[in-house]
Design a protein around this ligand. Sequence first.
Ligand code: ATP
Ligand code: MG
Length: 441
Amino acid sequence: MALEIKSIKGTADVLPSDSYKWQFVERLFLDTARLYGFNEIRIPTFEDKRLFIRSVGDTTDVVQKEMYSFTDQGGRELALRPEGTAGVNRAVIESGLINGALPVKLAYNLSCFRAEKPQAGRMREFHQLGMELFGSASPSADAEIISFVDHFFGVLGIKNVSLEINSIGCPHCRKNYHAALKAYFEERKEHLCETCLGRLEKNPLRILDCKNPECHEIAKDAPVVLDYLCDDCRAHFEGLKKRLDTLNISYTVNPRIVRGLDYYVRTVFEFVSGDLGAQSTICGGGRYDGLLGSLGGADQPGIGYAMGVERLLMVMKAQGIEIPAPASCDLYIGSMGEEASVKALGLAASLREEGFSAECDIIGRSVKAQMKYADKIGARYSMILGDNELAENKAKIKNMATGETSEVALDDETLTRFFYDAGIDDLSESIKDTLGGFTIE
Ligand code: ATP
Ligand code: MG
């Protein structure tokens, strides 16, 4: 019978054949983040819907069309997070972090939800690695954030990613720009989509980000924000370019980037890959200086970005970057009969204690089936225990790759020694590394 209940369109399972790739990228991300002083924050999957309306903005596609919102049993209006910045901003206010030592530097790894049309590189549940930096208005913060992303791509071995930057000004200089945009679109009103007609009054900048082909075409010739920057915003943008030059990070200024979220001011940027097809942006970010204040927090500036893990892995695959697969089972212990099966379990347990991975038959299959399984899981070594082996307390251990066999005594110490001598990585070392100085009794 076919499975009746299927996964939801736009969601995906990550199976063991891929999950190690995710683990690799996620771990490397958080480790590299620590080099820059960013530590992980974890936030809830759903929030008060008003948080996103207020920060992402009520005229954005994300809020108007893509948000998974629902009313819970208590009548509260909630939404699954479409992105991470809003929740992290809320958390730094609520926790008081923003009133402590500045700058506050946070990194995250989270799932996001957007009701978009699923296609390659566009999911309804997707994953973002991102950072937020609070408490610095200086272009040095923008440069630090951007240089991290550049560094991280380098660590992963990703090539051919181009950085595009722009400044979309502050509320002060944007007034004139909005007026110019409004005048421009007003004249072409009859060609705009329904949503954009509403945006024309409330937030004409959003029309620049509309995905409707006709709106998109008209937007191509709209006035560009760079021509309207005030002196402070212009100086800030120049400051960023100077720092990127010093850091040897190449970029192009793309005056058409506005980003799809309302909280951005001044710097916006994207990292774009030629290996992604239509969904070419791996990473997008920018400055959001008024956001904390507007959510009721201290009036501190902020900047951040997020990159899509699905797209990151797609680029790595397209570029043939191999992610090291985890080592397979060190020893498969096959057995015949009740007594041997008990012995196998004991030996496996002692190997695991020492940090070597071991498996034995726990189904009660024939030896032939057991060996087939050992082969399938790619076990490095195998052995079979039967009455003879138990009687002599010795067994042949077979190197599955070479077919070579040697004899070992069936005691914990000899067996463990065998794996140390074979130069097999002892997993307990990496467990100890993870634990640091910590010991579990
Ligand atoms: P796009 O232009 O592709 O719609 P966006 O501007 O909506 O992207 P952001 O909100 O800035 O994207 O999110 C940052 C990153 O998250 C994107 O650059 C992309 O890598 C990833 N991302 C965004 N939406 C999706 C999605 N629906 N599926 C997969 N990844 C996504
Ligand atoms: Mg989008």
